[in-house]
Design a protein around this ligand. Structure first.
Ligand code: ZN
Length: 487
């Protein structure tokens, strides 16, 4: 839990050049669009995990693309660095300025309009500040759905989701944010506006420039709007909790369900016995869906635009009965109604909070090829526990995406803050080394931000890193866009 708010630090002293810049920015954006009030700035200067706190020259909140463009021209002229921020719900400190106080914090939250929602085209054009939950509601009101969701949907914004190429729990079927983006509007470092919003199914005029900005964490440009795809609303949903003898069986069940269920298979999450026990112990009212304890559990979700709940549940039940018959699974429960499905998901979504209550831990967000993940978990867990005596490695999450959250829990009695400081870096380096040896990624869905920048530099392919730095230098030669992040 975050500490209660202390007295906010005063804004950093202003240089003469800064005061010229601030006067011009205030004239441009008006009093609603620019503030130096420490109380108003303070909530946005710390990331939501509470790991990073920075300072800023001011908080700018432009209301239109034209204002963002004019502001960027001003920043370029005065060489003022800019840190763009969406819902401030990121996991790697990517939207938190550094401690120098020289950067302008740029919030896109006032740009929250849905410019166009076209049900016939299956398309919506959102400004960067639209909150994900709001997009879900707007799509549902038209009998449609936006097929990406995650825990922070009540605060995460479209601009942030694009800039971090967010994932979530439907990636198995629908892909990450990258797969949802049909077009983008981006303000470049020099203030020019790149309009790539036209959503053409076919367009071979050279480079697909919008892909450069997706996942670039605000280091190449400021995403001000996105054209996103919408799907027909779900007619039915079926959710199952499955008990398994091991993670290899979970991998085999995933392949079997993909073949058997096809397009309706939307989520396949794994939960080891240790994580389930933690949630049952810490989450009020939590109940295990199965009578017995199983070494591993899988949470399976199916969604169909055609079949209703009853028909889809029957399909899923039949598929699981066959898996039981084949000796692949030990037990299974199908949610009887929406409330039970929500209860199953609450067990999955409660893992991070429950593990945190147990004590300090080092958390990693990693991927390897989907097929290799069960073997990786079987090899990496014992290797970490042997090298760092007293620790316990747990892996849970998106097996269907080859992405797990790999947490290394501290030995009993370890003191929060001290243990991470003393042991954390070596443990994370060890995890990241193993992931790299297995051909995987040290950041599957959370991004690099400031947290993993050194590790990216240490472990990423030097040719790829060199290319990323050259692209950064070409698009942002003065280094004004989100300095100290990613590259
Ligand atoms: Zn995740």
């Amino acid at each position: 839990m975050k500490a209660t708010m202390k007295h906010p630090a005063p804004p950093p002293p202003t240089l003469a050049t800064d005061s010229d810049f601030l006067a011009a920015a205030e004239a441009l954006l008006g009093p609603r669009g620019l503030t130096r009030d420490p109380e108003l700035m303070q909530p946005w200067l710390t990331d939501w995990r509470g790991r990073y706190t920075g300072r800023a020259l001011a908080l700018a909140q432009p209301a239109s693309t034209a204002e963002v463009a004019a502001l960027m021209r001003l920043c370029a002229a005065h060489r003022v660095p800019v840190v763009p921020q969406g819902g401030n719900s990121g996991m790697v400190g990517g939207a938190t300025p550094d401690a120098s106080g020289g950067a302008l914090l740029l919030s896109l939250r006032r740009m929250a309009a849905i410019r166009r929602l076209d049900p016939a085209a299956g398309l919506v054009v959102c400004e960067a500040g639209v909150v994900l939950q709001h997009l879900h509601e707007a799509a549902e009101a038209q009998g449609l759905r936006f097929p990406l969701t995650l825990g922070g949907k009540g605060s995460a914004t479209i601009g942030g989701l694009v800039s971090t190429n967010a994932g979530g729990t439907q990636v198995l079927r629908h892909g990450t944010m990258r797969a949802q983006v049909l077009g983008l509007e981006v303000v470049l470092a020099d203030g020019s506006v790149l309009d790539l919003l036209a959503a053409l199914k076919k367009d071979n005029r050279g480079f697909d420039l919008k892909q450069l900005f997706i996942g670039s964490e605000g280091t190449l440009g400021i995403v001000t709007a996105a054209a996103l795809r919408l799907l027909p609303a779900a007619a039915g949903r079926a959710t199952a909790w499955v008990g398994l003898g091991g993670i290899k069986e979970a991998g085999r069940l995933l392949r079997r369900m993909e073949r058997r269920l096809g397009d309706v298979l939307e989520g396949f999450e794994v939960v080891p016995a240790h994580c389930l026990a933690s949630v049952l112990a810490h989450q009020p009212g939590a109940r295990s869906p199965l009578a017995e304890r199983h070494p591993w559990n899988a949470l399976i979700e199916c969604v169909s635009p055609h079949e209703d709940n009853a028909a889809l549940s029957e399909t899923l039940e039949q598929a699981l009965a066959e898996a039981l018959e084949a000796g692949l699974i030990a037990d299974a429960a199908i949610a009887a109604n929406e409330a039970q499905a929500e209860a199953f998901w609450a067990l999955r979504d409660g893992i991070s909070a429950a593990e945190r209550a147990l004590g300090p831990a080092m958390q990693h967000d990693i991927s390897v090829p989907v097929e290799a993940m069960p073997d990786f978990i079987l090899a990496a867990g014992p290797a970490i526990e042997a090298a760092h005596p007293g620790t316990r490695a747990v892996a849970f999450g998106h097996l269907g995406d080859g992405n797990v959250h790999f947490h290394v829990l501290a030995p009993e009695g370890a003191v929060r803050g001290i243990w991470e400081e003393a042991e954390g870096k070596a443990i994370s380096a060890h995890v990241h080394d193993l992931v790299t040896q297995w051909g995987g990624s040290i950041s599957a869905e959370h991004g690099i931000g400031q947290m993993k920048r050194d590790e990216l530099a240490r472990l990423h392919d030097p040719v790829a890193l060199g290319l990323m730095r050259r692209i950064k230098a070409a698009l942002d030669p003065e280094g004004l866009l989100n300095p100290g992040k990613l590259v």
